[in-house]
Design a protein around this ligand. Structure first.
Ligand SMILES: CC(C)(COP(=O)(O)OP(=O)(O)OC[C@H]1O[C@@H](n2cnc3c(N)ncnc32)[C@H](O)[C@@H]1OP(=O)(O)O)[C@@H](O)C(=O)NCCC(=O)NCCS
Length: 179
C-alpha cells in the first residue's frame, strides 16, 4: 500500500484523506463489481426517491437505471463503492476522457450521509485519476445540489462555470480540480 492508502494499481483505499473514520467504523472504498449491480440500482432508487417532488421526472428516470442499463454504464467507467456492515451505501464512477478524469453518479444512501462516505469515494477516485496520469478531475452537478458542491469544494475543486437549463431545465455547475 502507498502512504495514502491506495495500492499500487489504485484499486483499493481505506481511510482516504479527509474521510471521517473511527477504529470502530473505518471507511473502506473498493471497486464495484458486476455482482453489485442489483444493489447499486436499489441504492439509486433509494437516493432519487427523495427527490421526486424536486426534480423533473425525466431526470429521475435517467438516473434510476435498470440492472441491464447500469451494466452498460459500467463500460469504460470505473466505479468505486463503499459499504457499511456489508451493505452498499455509496458509489461514484470515474472515467478517463481525453486525458482528464470525469466523475459521475456520486450518491450516498440517505441513511449514511454526513459520515464521510462521499468524501472517501471522491478521494479514492482522485487517487485513481492521478495513478492514470490525469491532469485534472471534473464533475458536473445540478446547481441545486449544494451538498455535493460542498463535498467537492472541501476536496479542493473550484467552480468552472454553469451550464444553464442543461438537464431538463436544470442548471448544472461544472467543478474541476487540477492535479
Ligand atoms: C451529496 C452527497 C453525495 C454527500 O454525501 P455524504 O457522504 O453525506 O458527504 P460527506 O459526509 O462526505 O460530506 C463531507 C462534507 O461535505 C459537506 N456536505 C455534505 N453534504 C452536505 C449538505 N447536504 N449540505 C451542506 N454541506 C454538506 C459538509 O461540509 C460535510 O462535512 P460535515 O458533515 O463535517 O459538515 C449525498 O448527500 C447525496 O447522495 N446526495 C444526493 C445525490 C447527489 O447530490 N449526488 C451528487 C451528484 S454530483
Amino acid at each position: 500500500m502507498a502512504a495514502n492508502g491506495t495500492n499500487d494499481r489504485g484499486e483499493e483505499r481505506s481511510l482516504p484523506a479527509g474521510a471521517k473514520a473511527t477504529a470502530a467504523r473505518p471507511i473502506v472504498v473498493d471497486r464495484l463489481t458486476h455482482e453489485d449491480v442489483n444493489d447499486v440500482c436499489a441504492l439509486f432508487r433509494r437516493v432519487w426517491e427523495g427527490f421526486r417532488n424536486d426534480l423533473p421526472n425525466e431526470l429521475i428516470k435517467a438516473w434510476e437505471p435498470s440492472p441491464l442499463e447500469f451494466t452498460s454504464w459500467m463500460e469504460g467507467v470505473t466505479y468505486f463503492a463503499t459499504r457499511r456492515e456489508g451493505k452498499l451505501v455509496g458509489v461514484v464512477g470515474a472515467s478517463m476522457v481525453d486525458g482528464s478524469c470525469r466523475l459521475v453518479n456520486l450518491v450516498v444512501d440517505p441513511d449514511a450521509r454526513r459520515q464521510g462516505y462521499a468524501t472517501a469515494l471522491t478521494a479514492s477516485a482522485i487517487e485513481w485519476a492521478k495513478h492514470n496520469g490525469s491532469r485534472s478531475v471534473w464533475v458536473d452537478a445540478l446547481a441545486k445540489f449544494t451538498g455535493a458542491v460542498a463535498v467537492f469544494r472541501n476536496l479542493g475543486f473550484s467552480e468552472a462555470g454553469v451550464l444553464h437549463k442543461h438537464f431538463w431545465d436544470e442548471d448544472v455547475r461544472l467543478l474541476e480540480k487540477l492535479l
